[in-house]
Design a protein around this ligand. Structure first.
Ligand code: MG
Length: 377
């Protein structure tokens, strides 16, 4: 079996209503769909994350990576990953758009191989005895504080026991004091037995994060996510030593080496790989060994990615050692048209858990009409 073709389709869909959070307003969802087909007619699909200009990763797939993997044996997926990285690593491109482009090809290869084996991807990766995964509801975004509290309470009424809340209010709207008021109002609304996670998307500096974190300690917070920008490793280490709230990060890291530094420098409690950015299934799975060895929680990120990434992360969640919880985007603030690009609806949680689709590979089939509807070339 040889790889015969790699095709790439950038998608875009306006958000039904723009999402407001700490790093600005999010008006448009993007994703890049990759399809890998073999000479015997098998195919698999993957996704590259695209936050801006999806044409950039599409060009990297078309011009740089597709020529490398075409003609090769898809069963060599791990070696192909290393070769793709090796193309430009010594030229300074071991992070960023190149690794995001690699993600789409790598996910497509794993989907293809699991289909060839006739197994759901999570079993093909080495099952963990889970066919349902616990999930948290993400995210209660900025709004009037009483409305945020009401949304959190409504999600608990739907069966969720874990709720993630946006913090990092801009200074003009109350800044970190508004964050403290928000979290207190939400804890009051949901009661003491609900897990609350907070996500700042890097809005603070370390000093502010410590000041806010210490005020929130008494509210029994499960994790504080990205309190400072991802490259401020000293900041993470300082916050982690100073505040009794576990720290979560990793959605913007590339490869296992991105997480290596976070772990080695004592920055992190919860690992949040984004499969469409880290480089695909291969490095997300290699990260399991680090999670296991350091006894750290593994909680895959999904966020504003498209449906293939959400689905691939669901399979990683089902198979991962040290799995903690899966990010299900389901509040009334986030309606992502690019998650619904399959011939059947994306799996919906029941009582705070999601059942894995049981078909081979990723388990759902792309709907060609949906792909055409959102294609931007
Ligand atoms: Mg986040």
């Amino acid at each position: 079996m040889r790889i015969a073709s790699v095709t790439c389709t950038p998608l875009a869909a306006p958000a039904p209503r723009p999402v407001e959070f700490s790093i600005g307003t999010f008006p448009t969802f993007y994703a890049v769909v990759v399809r890998v087909t073999t000479d015997d007619g098998l195919s698999g699909v993957g996704e590259c994350i695209a936050r801006r200009t999806p044409e950039v990763v599409a060009t990297i797939v078309d011009r740089l990576l597709a020529p490398l993997v075409t003609g090769r044996d898809p069963w060599d997926v791990e070696g192909l990953w290393d070769e793709m990285l090796g193309l430009l690593r010594r030229w300074g491109h071991s992070r960023g758009f190149v690794v995001e482009a690699m993600s789409g090809i790598d996910i497509a290869l794993w989907d293809l191989l699991a289909r060839a084996a006739g197994k759901p991807l999570y079993k093909f990766l080495g099952g963990a005895g889970r066919d349902r995964v616990r999930c948290y509801i993400s995210k209660v975004y900025f709004d009037e504080i009483p409305r945020m509290a009401e949304e959190a309470r409504a999600q608990v009424a739907r069966g969720y026991s874990q709720v993630k809340v946006q913090i990092g209010w801009p200074a003009a709207r109350g800044g970190d004091r508004a964050d403290v008021r928000t979290v207190r109002a939400i804890r009051e609304a949901v009661g003491p037995d609900i897990d609350l996670m907070l996500d700042a998307n890097g809005a603070y500096d370390a000093g502010t994060a410590v000041r806010v974190g210490r005020q929130l300690e008494e509210l029994d917070i499960v994790w504080l996510e990205e309190p400072v920008p991802s490259d401020d490793l000293d900041g993470y280490a300082h916050i982690r030593r100073s505040v009794r709230i576990p720290l979560a990060a990793g959605e913007v890291e590339f490869g296992v080496f991105g997480f290596r530094d976070l772990i080695a420098r004592g920055c992190i409690d919860v690992l949040q790989p984004e499969v469409a950015r880290i480089g695909g299934i291969t490095p997300a799975r290699r990260l399991w060994a680090l999670a296991h060895a350091h006894n750290l929680a593994y909680a895959p990120h999904t966020g504003f990615s498209g449906g293939i990434a959400h689905l691939a992360s669901l399979h990683l969640a089902a198979a991962a050692p040290n799995f903690s919880t899966y990010e299900y985007m389901g509040t009334r603030y986030v309606e992502n048209p690019l998650r619904e690009i399959f011939t059947e609806p994306f799996p919906v949680p029941d009582a705070g858990a999601i059942a894995l689709p049981q078909g081979p590979g990723l388990g759902l089939e792309l709907d060609p009409d949906a792909v055409r509807r959102y294609a931007v070339r």
